[in-house]
Design a protein around this ligand. Structure first.
Ligand code: PLP
Length: 634
């Protein structure tokens, strides 16, 4: 646990149990009874047809814990409630979940259900997101906010107004100045009094990776001049009372409460000015940005960590708004936040398998008469490098030794390219140089673990923006890992590898794979990836989404049940995404079988059984299967 810093990034949800596996504590720190679910047992249960309605799910697997989601929501709510009380704040906190972080139906439905007691709402950034939010909030609290952000056309605005007509507490947040004209016009035509918000482009700038949305040149929001023009237009149209919410978002992963308080303070000043100008302001919406400590370092100077707790975050917000509004004599507004990452990251774990491992290690060659013969076929310069290398090794000058080893290797490659060195001799020099670096203790092989996963589909932020997530074996944690490894995925793409891990290291200490050909059954987990990864993943090489299980605690300290099991996308599913028609493709191939193959085959197969196998290929997931389950060779 210490090696992988699990206590740092994992607390209070993930811990190592006495069998050396990772256990999940679904209720986090609130658990009095220390209920724990062993992740390896979850993998076993998910692959067991008896526990999954006959499905027997294949890896990669996303394991979702709705109870963790509930705990995150409740922790956020109680952090704000505590801050409101302790700062004598006169408004309340009422958050919304930005559905773009993970639009999965059950994630959104769970958030609406768990958040209903404290009026938790949803935030959307597009028309389909609005449609899903509208239907989900029909089962939520009637006071829950439905915040409509994003670029809007007349369809988006009409739909948001329809939502208001349907008594959903909808706010249209203006992101662009032109949107105000559409809102005024369409709301009049539809006979709906809208509730309007305005997104301010703050001067406060967040310097981290996610800060490009902030500052005067940020992509979104209205400048002060534009806000003033909007206020004027609404006033002229007799709709200034509709302006009720001020929104801003200075970027995800806000690193420190100092920066947060700075931004919130600036926004609170704008809020007070809008009140002074006659708007009927009620809510200040501070956007997202509540960060996650991915590496457990609690650092305010890193993109993968944050220097505050949930409680410190909530207190900084409450204090900053209270200070400004109290000094201006303005009624304390309702506080809304749009935390996505902080709500959904912990609840889902991606589990995948390392199927084989290779090292670039060759069999080191001890100097021998054969080597002497090889040395004689080198050029004069090559022989000089060899002699220099040899004498540096005898003198124990390690640096010089490595320098000449590199030189010698390069010279031999050049000679090989020219055609004056054979392949055996090239291999001999590699082995010899490796022998020397091992002998002087400078040899540090890194193994490549091949993982049954697509990084483009399942960890797209690593590929796209270098986002690091904790990746650790979920078992054998009572055994010392001795192999340095990087992870290489299934795609035919050199970017499909993970060679940077939390702590900034370029390899991960892993366990040796068991079994003859590497063996199966070494499971790794990618944690804290519940936000964004599923929503952003692509279809590179047509690898589709992983299987998903939902796991709930059942009676007993360590008992659990798989309450929902969904197989990952089949090959047919992903082909359909690219406009192929799997049914037609199957018919074409079946026809081809009948046309080209005899009725009976040498291996006892028939054309009908071949066609069945083909059908199975369409129905199976695109990921690797064990050799024994391949129907053409079974
Ligand atoms: N609100 C808006 C407008 C955003 O753009 C984002 C994401 O960048 C969020 C909320 C969610 O932010 P986070 O995941 O940091 O909570």
């Amino acid at each position: 646990a210490a090696l992988y810093k699990i206590d740092g990034w994992g607390a209070p949800y993930f811990t190592v149990n006495s069998s050396g596996s990772i256990s999940v504590r679904p209720y986090g720190a609130d658990t009095l009874s220390h209920q724990e679910i062993d992740l390896v047992k979850v993998v076993k249960k998910a692959s067991d047809p008896k526990s999954t309605g006959g499905l027997g799910l294949q890896l990669p697997l996303i394991v979702r814990f709705p109870d963790v989601l509930k705990n995150r929501l409740e922790s956020l709510q109680s952090a704000f409630e505590y801050a409101v009380q302790s700062h004598c704040y006169e408004g309340h906190y009422q958050g919304v979940y930005p559905v773009k972080c993970n639009q999965d139906r059950f994630v959104v439905e769970d958030i609406v259900k768990f958040g209903a007691p404290f009026r938790f709402g949803l935030e959307t950034g597009s028309k389909p997101e609005l449609l899903l939010a509208m239907s989900c909030l029909c089962n939520g609290s009637p006071d829950a906010l439905l915040v409509c952000n994003g670029f809007k056309d007349c369809e988006y605005i009409s739909l948001a107004l329809l939502a208001r007509k349907l008594c959903l507490n909808t706010v249209i947040v203006l992101e662009q100045e032109e949107e105000v004209d559409l809102v005024i016009d369409i709301s009049k035509k539809m006979g709906v009094r809208p509730v309007i918000g305005v997104r301010a482009k703050l001067r406060t700038k967040h310097s981290g990776h996610f800060g490009s949305t902030s500052g005067e040149k940020g992509k979104f929001g209205l400048t002060t001049t534009q806000i003033l023009r909007v206020v004027k237009k609404l006033g002229v149209s007799g709709m200034l009372d509709c302006l009720q919410l001020l929104h801003f978002h200075i970027g995800s992963q806000i690193p420190s409460t100092a920066l947060l308080a700075d931004g919130v303070g600036e926004a609170a000043q704008i809020y007070c000015e809008l009140v002074r100008l006659g708007a009927c302001m009620k809510v200040i919406d501070i956007g997202g940005g509540l960060g996650i400590d991915y590496d457990g370092s609690k650092s305010a100077n890193s993109d993968v960590s944050v220097g505050y707790t949930l409680q410190e975050y909530a207190s900084a917000v409450v204090e900053a708004v209270r200070f400004v509004c109290t000094s201006k004599g303005i009624k304390h507004p309702v506080l809304c936040s749009e935390s996505g990452r902080a709500i959904v990251s912990h609840h889902s774990i991606l589990i995948f398998e390392a199927v084989s491992a290779t090292s670039h290690e060759t069999t080191p060659q001890v100097p021998s008469p054969g080597l002497q013969y090889f040395v004689e076929s080198l050029t004069v310069e090559g022989r000089a490098d060899y002699r220099n290398l040899y004498s540096a090794a005898i003198r124990g000058e390690n640096e010089t030794c490595l320098l000449f080893a590199d030189k010698l290797k390069q010279r031999c490659v050049d000679q090989f390219k020219e055609g004056s060195l054979g392949i055996e001799q090239l291999a001999a020099v590699d082995g010899f140089c490796e022998f020397v670096s091992k002998a002087i203790g400078a040899y540090d092989p890194v193994h490549t673990y091949h993982i049954n996963l697509s990084i483009f589909t399942s960890i797209p932020d690593f590929w796209a923006i270098g986002q690091l997530f904790p990746i650790v074996p979920i078992h054998r944690l009572d055994e010392k890992p001795v192999v340095k490894g990087i992870l290489s995925d299934l795609t035919c793409d050199s970017d499909g590898k993970i060679n940077k891990f939390i702590g900034g290291v370029s390899s991960l200490l892993l366990h040796q794979l068991e079994g003859n050909c590497g063996g199966r059954g070494y499971y790794l987990g990618m944690f804290l990836g519940g936000a964004y990864e599923q929503a952003l993943g692509g279809f590179h090489n047509l690898f589709g989404g992983p299987s998903v299980v939902h796991v709930l605690q059942s009676d007993g300290l360590h008992s659990f049940a798989v309450t929902r099991a969904v197989p990952g996308q089949s090959s047919a599913d992903v082909l359909r995404v690219m406009q192929h028609e799997p049914e037609l493709m199957f018919e074409t191939l079946k026809h081809r079988v009948e046309e080209f193959l005899p009725q009976d085959h040498d291996n006892g197969m028939t054309n009908a059984s071949l066609a069945n196998c083909l059908a199975q290929y369409f129905n199976n997931m695109p990921y690797l299967v064990a050799t024994s389950s391949c129907c053409l060779t079974a």
